[in-house]
Design a binder for this molecule. Structure first.
Ligand code: OAD
Length: 262
């Protein structure tokens, strides 16, 4: 399919929306760019990315946690609270509405997110696969047992289980495998995907960055919504440049009409 490129609302968006409307197996992959409009910093954006102020290998690895559990758990608890304070934005709402519309028309929908902030679920998305885990869930760093009833404010760092074991966030750190169940659910959805949408991700971290190619190999229409060019922009069916909070509502409304309740 000839690549559609273009400004918001142009022929490329309309053609992408038409493909979305016809979709029977819609898979959406989201990255930090979707939550950026909820004031949660992305990873790699030069200006406001998290990584301009810290070295991920210093904090986001099991070795870093073992060496300095105070700093690592303090940093993740700080991010957890930022995520709790954040609100879903129009991009999140549009994806929740897209899921409802696709299902109402008899299609299947799955949202694969690299984000750990829980905002998709708070916006009403139901079939959400957290590929990189969740900063809202923590577990015992020794037994792996989930910790329930996290306090609003940790009394100490690292916070500990009654057995005195340090607890850690259930996010995927560098060098760790993605949750097996999440990967299974992602590949299961890709099996029957006929429209794949990549939103707000730099498309450089695998295996998530490879999903668009798997979908394309199976003949799916592929759509990218991103503020900047990425390694997949030149190979997707439609590359829509713009902010997710503006583009996603346009895409869904162009495909299905006015978005419910927003
Ligand atoms: P990045 O920070 O790598 O990329 C964010 C992408 O979103 C960039 O391409 C931005 O141009 C784009 N962007 C920023 N604001 C946007 C907006 N308002 N609308 C649309 N696009 C926008 O974040 P991710 O791609 O999510 O992994 O990073 C992937 C993974 O790298 C993360 O999940 C994390 C990190 O290692 C783990 O933690 C395991």
């Amino acid at each position: 399919m000839a690549g559609g490129r273009g400004n918001p609302g142009g022929p490329a968006l309309e053609a992408a929306a038409e493909a979305l409307r016809r979709g029977r197996g819609v898979v959406v992959l989201t990255g930090a760019g979707v939550s950026a409009e909820s004031r949660i910093p992305t990873f790699r954006d030069a200006m406001e990315g998290l990584w301009k102020s810290f070295d991920p290998l210093r904090l986001a690895t099991p070795e870093a946690f073992a060496a300095d559990p105070v700093t690592v758990s303090r940093w993740y608890d700080f991010r957890r609270k930022k995520c709790l304070e954040a609100q879903p934005n129009p991009g999140h709402w549009a994806l929740a509405d897209l899921e409802r519309r696709v299902r109402a028309s008899g299609g299947r929908f799955r949202l694969l997110t690299q984000n750990v902030d829980g905002l998709h679920q708070r916006a009403g998305s139901e079939d959400v696969v957290e590929l990189h885990g969740s900063i809202m869930r923590w577990r015992c760093s020794v037994t792996g047992e989930p910790v329930s009833g996290l306090p609003e404010q940790f009394a100490e760092y690292p916070a500990r289980t009654p057995d005195g074991h340090a607890i850690r966030p259930c996010v995927v750190w560098f060098g760790e495998a993605l949750p097996e169940r999440a990967l299974e659910e992602a590949y299961e959805a890709l099996e029957t995907c006929d429209v794949f949408v990549s939103v707000g991700t730099s498309a450089v971290v695998y295996p998530a960055a490879g999903f668009v190619h798997l979908a394309a190999q199976r003949g799916a229409t592929t759509i990218e919504v991103n503020r900047e060019q990425t390694p997949i922009s030149g190979s997707v069916s439609f590359s829509l440049r713009g902010s997710s909070g503006e583009m996603l509502p346009r895409l869904v409304e162009s495909a299905f009409g006015a978005i419910d309740g927003r």
